[in-house]
Design a protein around this ligand. Structure first.
Ligand code: PGA
Length: 250
């Protein structure tokens, strides 16, 4: 059985005061221990978040990492640096990084290889834009991303990772994919993993849906058989809303 995994993606949001306020509030709320939870915060808040949640069942993650351990890469943070401070979760290949920061399937692949080497859990984001969806080419787009992103990565690693299906048209728009649309693609992703690897690996990999997930639609989405979790942007910035997402079964 796959354990549900709810991860917040703060993107370039929050500030010192808001982080403190969020942590204080979230720590006071009882969270379902049977749901895995994580928060991917801006680099600058990671140390504080690690300290705040050290004895809580919440993983603290980054939103990107460089594939080299060190070197002349001004402005970058390596997976090795993150590992050293205790970060063990990292988003890779988010559509915003692919769109605005030149992330390609090749760099995503290098980053994934490095995160596995550092024994971190990668959250690989894939998903189509509205044009591809309207042209009926969404599965084709996601197939290509997954095949290229996972090139040369073996099945033991894939079975422990997270793949987040995030249709770009649903991100930050308030217009979530329907549970049926999300299920269809998550099932498809599981079948690609089955074809590339084997049925055990397909059965073990955690597949999340992301794109305007919120306390009102989480239950319906999580009820779908191939949706194992959520990657949540906007609704993860508020401790109360985020706790409702983790406690979706209540
Ligand atoms: P959203 O973002 O929940 O605000 O739509 C999701 C994401 O980009 O990970």
């Amino acid at each position: 059985m796959r354990t549900p995994f709810i991860i917040g993606n703060w993107k370039m949001n929050m500030d010192t005061e808001k982080v403190r306020d969020f942590s204080e509030k979230l720590k006071k709320i009882d969270l379902n221990e049977n749901v895995r939870a994580g928060i991917c915060a801006p680099y600058i808040f990671l140390k504080e978040m690690l300290d705040e949640f050290a004895d809580k069942n919440i993983k603290i993650g980054a939103q990107n990492a460089h594939w080299e351990d060190s070197g002349a890469f001004t402005g970058e943070i390596s997976a090795e640096m993150l590992r050293q401070i205790g970060v063990n979760l990292c988003i890779i290949g988010h559509s915003e990084r692919r769109e605005y920061f030149g992330e390609t399937d090749d760099t995503v692949n290098k980053k994934l290889i490095k995160l596995f080497e550092k024994e971190m859990i990668p959250v690989l984001c894939v998903g189509e834009n509205i044009d591809m969806r309207e042209a009926g080419r969404h599965k084709e787009v996601v197939d290509k991303q997954i095949k290229r992103d996972l090139a040369s990565i073996d099945k033991d690693k894939v079975s422990k990772m997270v793949i987040a299906y995030e249709p770009i048209w649903a991100i930050g728009t308030g217009k979530s994919a329907t549970p049926e649309q999300a299920q269809e693609m998550c099932k498809h992703i599981r079948s690609i993993i089955g074809t590339l690897y084997d049925s055990d690996t397909a059965g073990s990999v955690t597949i999340q849906y992301g794109g305007s997930m919120n306390p009102d639609n989480v239950k319906e989405l999580m009820n779908m058989p191939d949706i194992d979790g959520g990657l949540i942007g906007g609704a993860s910035l508020d401790a109360e809303k985020f706790s409702k997402l983790i406690n979706f079964e209540n």
